[in-house]
Design a protein around this ligand. Structure first.
Ligand SMILES: Cc1cc2nc3c(=O)[nH]c(=O)nc-3n(C[C@H](O)[C@H](O)[C@H](O)COP(=O)(O)OP(=O)(O)OC[C@H]3O[C@@H](n4cnc5c(N)ncnc54)[C@H](O)[C@@H]3O)c2cc1C
Length: 269
């Protein structure tokens, strides 16, 4: 779970999925049910691939749950930096790929009837406290070289906030990321895609016999416990109180192992 609270988590129904409790086969196994993983899985399923998505936690509870939800082709690292690193062709490619990603989200919303309040709007880049106007002018020039629709303005005109000089980038977007993601998960499932939560990938091997090995979160807790036990014993040696504490932990470990065994049995019925 993210450390910060999330508006998106509080205002969207969650997607309930089970852990993967058996061996399973598919054309592709996607690790991670955030926006990147689910988009990849959805696009593969549309092309007729069988897809299994696993997530160590819950669908959409990673970074996607705490995003600011701006869909933007304005690169965080600035167009000026893109030009410096990759030249005009590279900067244009980066802008185009971001713009096409926004278009793709809009298309998916329409085709899959996902009500996530997707809307097009302008984005504004303004100066920080000690920023210089020349920085904005350089960025405007770089943005235009990268094919971005950018206009210099004296103020963003946002109610209650004086931005000062800024650049307006048109045709950005915003949406409710988790309403979108949950809609996308539904669209994937309708195409036969399988999604499993609380299923952590611990190892992946490639080639034609590619495999992803997973671990239940309960088992993971046991492993963490054993590690803590070992570290405590190593650190404090054979002190009586430590041995007692270790014994208590060992009992806890046994309880956990029993509960996992029961869980597995129930899932296999
Ligand atoms: C505060 C903040 C604001 C942001 N604002 C914006 C913004 O306005 N616009 C924008 O475009 N981007 C923004 N971002 C970035 C954006 O949120 C991320 O780039 C995006 O959500 C990443 O999606 P993802 O699917 O790659 O990762 P995630 O959403 O984190 O999903 C990854 C998933 O993988 C799972 N996972 C990890 N390891 C394993 C494993 N071993 N086995 C199984 N599952 C595993 C995790 O549980 C998680 O659910 C922001 C990010 C933050 C933190």
């Amino acid at each position: 779970m993210p450390k910060s609270t999330s508006l998106w988590l509080d205002t969207a129904d969650t997607v309930a999925t089970e852990p993967l409790a058996r061996d399973a086969t598919a054309d592709v196994c996607v690790v991670g049910a955030g926006i990147a993983g689910l988009t990849t899985a959805y696009l593969l399923a549309r092309e007729g691939r069988t897809v299994i998505v696993i997530d160590a936690g819950h669908v959409g509870h990673g970074q996607t749950a705490v995003t600011t939800a701006h869909l933007s082709y304005v690169i965080d690292d600035t167009f000026k930096e893109m030009l410096r690193l990759h030249g005009p062709d590279g900067a244009r490619l980066a802008r185009d790929s971001h713009a096409r990603a926004i278009d793709r989200i809009e298309t998916i919303c329409n085709e899959e009837h996902i009500d996530c309040r997707f809307e097009r709007l302008d984005g504004f880049l303004f100066l920080g406290r000690n920023g210089k106007v020349e920085e904005l002018d350089e960025e405007l020039e770089a943005a235009r070289a990268a094919n971005a629709k950018a206009h210099r303005m004296p103020d963003a005109g946002v109610l209650g906030f004086k931005s000062g000089p800024c650049i307006r980038f048109s045709n950005q977007a915003q949406f409710h990321p988790l309403q979108y993601l949950y809609g996308l998960a539904g669209a994937l499932q309708r195409r036969g895609g399988q999604i499993y939560s609380n299923t952590r990938a611990v190892e992946a091997t490639g080639n034609s016999e590619a495999q992803v090995k997973t671990l239940f979160s309960a088992l993971e807790k046991q492993a963490e416990f054993v590690e803590k036990l070992r570290m405590a014993l190593e650190k404090f040696g054979h002190d009586f109180s430590i041995i007692k504490a270790a014994e208590r932990l060992e009992e806890r470990y046994a309880d956990l192992a029993a509960s996992v065994a029961e869980k597995l049995k129930a899932m296999r019925k």
